[in-house]
Design a protein around this ligand. Sequence first.
Ligand SMILES: [Zn+2]
Ligand SMILES: [Zn+2]
Length: 200
Amino acid sequence: METLDELLRQAEAAHGHLCAGQILGVRMALLALSRLGIADPRGADRKRLITYVEIDRCATDAIALVTGCRLGKRALKFRDWGKMAATFVDLANGRAVRIVALEDSRELAARLYPHLDSKSAQQMAAYRGLPDSQLFREQCVRVEINPTDLPGASKKERIVCERCSEGVNFGRIEEVNGQRLCISCAHPELCYWRPVEPQD
Ligand SMILES: [Zn+2]
Ligand SMILES: [Zn+2]
């Protein structure tokens, strides 16, 4: 595994800037990988890991970078819970660890590095220097992963929604009154977009 500094350089390049979130995300992912015994997540072990992230902030980019888990590989799952937390699942044996950034690490940063002039500088110093036990809470967990959510899941039975005629992969289809419908037709309340009337 690359060193923290090397990973931070890569995270900075991928994310666009170095920030407290990059450091926290890299540390969180490194801790998880060491707990799961995964040494080469972007190489030899690249098919072993699925990561669930619970926030869409800076740290999420760093977690994706270190683990190699990406949305487009179906190895990164997003739960929009607003929590600085992530769960790392080793598909080889079902072991999983959920790691949460501790709430008081910000105060701790201010107390330990009062000479640094910004909150961000204080946090970056703390997230670099503090031991894992002062930054994170970790828990062994089990995650039931639906076979259709796995990276290797077959998408070949592509189904066309009987209402909107759009094609749907991975079995994301529901039967309503005998019709096979996509998620947004079956549950209009879940649809995040509305059509706009053409203006002329
Ligand atoms: Zn950032
Ligand atoms: Zn539809």
